[in-house]
Design a protein around this ligand. Structure first.
Ligand code: MOS
Length: 743
């Protein structure tokens, strides 16, 4: 019995009548029939007639100052209602960095200073979108350009990071004597990998619609955002308006991948302009603005060192990661997983941060691991080759059940890495792999197999929910949680249904509204497990209330088939609800789980890939892929599988095509649209397969699950790169692996 089980020693979720069963997304039909209302679309509501259109103007320099803005022509153009610049913006809350921070103030155009290219410098509002855009083009903006040479080049600023005693040093892992052990090792590997800037490139742009009440005191902000409680607090601080006067609505989100963890100019400037004008204002960022005005995944330079004995045991492991960001921004935590993934008694794991004047770097799907594993898992492949060992055997040999720094006192809550590797090898036909690169052919194609471990830290966050028994015996769930396409609506419905002995159809889930109880939100792969736990606790509380209202002993009450039972007596939930003098409702603020202290926590997996490399043209084709994952209880095999397929697809993109190119003169990402920022298309992705290993992790949460949404991408690109090496004998250490680098 775990501490999460109910007093009777039974966790109703373990029945798995509804949870852990495949269910299609509840909101799917609404989305495909255009009935799901996204942030930009609320203006179709008759009450919002008179909505105006805002167009953001981004800075044309990366560093400097706006010296003048001539609005005279623009203001006289048809339909133009307002031009906001730093000169007429109302006072806003301050932030000490241009990089948006969780629930902090994120002011726009607070001064004439420009910190990055496409930082907002003006906001034009007009009766129509076209009028606003045309007027934006008529603004004459002058700058004092203070760009310094090398402001945007990571390699050039890295030396400063070495010197500077930054606070990154406090996160170093130093165990034993790395330098000595590395020097003495029988087999050494010292390699440096680079990963490029990447963009989330989600489909729905950042979009907001701001509506104030007549007094200009109460704001409703419809916005596409992953974290309702962060944007709620952050907007309040930015606008200096009490949180209770602000309502955030974010019901449907067309993808986020971390880009919508924070909020940007569309949200702040729509709100400010709507208040000034006394009319609703909406704004969607244009595609180029998304690439430069919002966040991206920082580029990294990663040096990895392994010292092993002749049998393949790792004794020294070193991982240094360098990345850059604007002042006050954070480092890409690309070396983080190396603290926990493999054994080795001498360890040196560091990350360093340099100042760069590119747009703000932020979290993108599995920040840290997604690019850390691109380097680490290729380095493991290189080590295996030096040792003349099978790369799976090398990984299994250095598998470790506890935190290698803290020792056996801090075991993993659950860890089935070796099982994932072994099962995948069997299913994928790993024995077909030739240890010698370039030996397998299919006509003109060189065929290779690659493998990589998957690792993503398991995060859990406090989350709350309200559950209500409705008169008809159905349940309503309300929480601020969001669904970014991941399946929250469905999974939370399954959780509530299982707890109350109902079917998924008996539960209505309402999300994405700051009027509901505060939730974990969607990020860091913590969403389903954390928000689900909020629902679990509220359901436990509601069960007690229902049992009491039915006249039963809450300790003995059993919920099944829409009824509450005690021994051989039972009552329909609908009857209990009808008879109850007041609504039966429960809200619980749940803090739970070990929060990563006593136990190390992560989700594990293994990725397998077969590629063909054309022996003449160097063209690379992914032919087959398999992911095996052990991520605790899988709440819904359909939505979880879908998360993995998306992660694998994105992993292929990271390996082969995704790359933001920096214009070294202007300091912007120049391929700032979907035509030039390449992501995989259908023709790039073959049949993908996913296997989930059974696992229940009762240290993680009462749901006994772990994160899966980001596990799917971690390590994928390395499996592709390792397959390319196995096919062609060409080892590329600079992502993405494009044809020019193969030849
Ligand atoms: Mo995630 S990158 O925390 O949406």
């Amino acid at each position: 019995m775990s501490k999460f089980d109910s007093p009777a020693g039974i966790n109703p979720l373990d029945q798995e009548k509804v949870l852990a069963r495949p269910h299609a997304r509840k909101e799917g039909p609404l989305k495909v029939t255009g009935q799901a209302t996204y942030a930009y679309e609320y203006s179709a509501d008759p009450d919002l007639q008179g909505t105006t259109y805002g167009y953001l103007v981004g800075a044309g320099v990366a560093r400097g100052q706006v010296t003048s803005v001539d609005c005279s022509v623009a203001e006289a153009m048809p339909g133009v209602l307002l031009v906001l610049t730093h000169e007429n913006m109302p006072a806003q809350g301050a932030s000490d960095t241009p990089v948006p921070q969780e629930d902090d103030a994120t002011p726009q155009m607070r001064s004439a200073e420009v910190d990055y290219y496409h930082q907002a410098v003006a906001f034009v509002v007009a009766e129509t979108f076209e009028q606003a855009r045309a007027a934006a083009g008529a603004l004459v903006i002058e700058y004092d350009n203070r760009t310094a040479e090398g402001d945007y080049v990571l390699a050039e600023v890295m030396e400063d990071a070495e010197k500077a005693g930054s606070d990154e040093e406090s996160k170093d892992q130093q165990v034993g004597d790395f330098a000595g052990a590395f020097r003495r090792a029988d087999v050494q590997l010292d390699v440096t990998y680079t990963t490029p800037y990447q963009s989330h490139a989600m489909l729905e742009p950042h979009a907001s619609l701001a509506v104030w009440d007549e007094a200009g005191e109460e704001l409703t902000l419809y916005t596409s955002n992953q974290m309702v409680h962060w944007v709620h607090r952050g907007i309040s601080k930015t606008l200096n308006v009490p949180q209770k006067n602000i309502r955030i609505v974010s019901r449907y989100i067309g993808g986020g991948f971390g880009s919508k963890l924070m909020f940007y100019g569309d949200a702040v400037l729509s709100a400010v302009a709507a208040r000034t004008l006394g009319r609703p204002v909406k704004c969607a960022l244009t595609r180029p603005q998304i690439f430069n005005h919002t966040s991206h995944r920082p580029a990294t330079v990663q040096r990895i060192r392994f010292g092993a004995d002749g049998d393949g045991r790792i004794h020294a492991i070193g991982h240094d990661s360098y990345s850059g960001n604007l002042p006050g921004g954070s480092a890409e935590t690309a070396s983080h997983q190396t603290k926990l993934l493999y054994a080795g008694e001498n360890r040196l794991v560091r990350q360093r941060l340099s100042e760069l004047h590119l747009p703000p770097g932020g979290s993108m799907r599995a920040p840290g691991e997604a690019v850390g594993m691109l380097a680490l898992e290729c380095a493991v492949d290189e080590l295996a080759e030096k040792l003349e060992m099978d790369p799976i055997e090398l990984r299994v040999l250095n598998d470790i059940g506890y935190d290698p720094e803290k020792g056996p006192e801090r075991p993993f809550s659950s860890r089935r890495l070796a099982d994932c590797l072994r099962r995948g090898a069997e299913e994928f036909g790993w024995e077909q792999r030739s240890a010698q690169p370039g030996e397998r052919r299919d006509g003109e194609w060189l065929i290779g197999l690659g493998v990589a471990s998957a690792f993503r830290g398991n995060l859990v966050k406090p989350s709350s929910a309200t559950l209500r028994l409705e008169k008809g015996g159905k349940i309503t769930v309300e929480t601020q949680m969001t669904d970014i396409g991941t399946g929250s609506y469905t999974i939370l419905g399954q959780t509530a249904a299982e707890m109350l002995g109902l079917t998924l159809d008996d539960v209505e889930v309402r999300l994405g509204d700051s009027e509901f109880p505060k939730s974990s939100g969607s990020g860091g792969s913590w969403g389903a497990n954390s928000a689900g736990t909020g629902v679990y606790y509220a359901a436990e509380e509601l069960r007690k209330k229902i049992a009491k209202a039915a006249g039963y002993d809450p300790k003995k009450a059993v919920f099944k088939d829409g009824e509450v039972w005690e021994d051989n007596k039972c009552t329909l939930l609908g009857v209990v609800a009808a008879k109850a003098p007041e609504p039966l409702e429960a809200t619980v603020n749940a803090t739970f789980g070990d929060l990563n202290k006593q136990y190390a926590q992560a989700s594990f997996g293994a990725h397998f890939c077969e590629v063909g490399v054309h022996r003449v043209t160097g063209e690379i084709r992914v032919r087959r892929m398999l992911s095996v994952a052990a991520a605790g209880r899988i709440f819904n095999p359909v939505t979880a599988r879908s998360q993995c397929l998306g992660g694998m697809t994105m992993g292929v993109g990271a390996a082969l095509m995704e790359e933001l190119h920096v214009d070294g003169e202007l300091g912007l990402f120049i391929n700032h649209d979907m035509a030039e920022y390449h992501v995989p298309v259908h023709a790039d992705i073959p049949d993908l397969d996913v296997i989930f290993l059974e696992e229940l992790d009762d240290k993680s949460s009462p749901l006994k699950g772990k994160g899966v949404g980001e596990l799917g991408i971690c390590g994928v690109g390395a499996a592709v790169a390792n397959a390319i090496y196995n096919a062609s004998g060409v080892r590329i250490r600079d992502y993405p692996l494009t044809v020019d680098k193969i030849l």
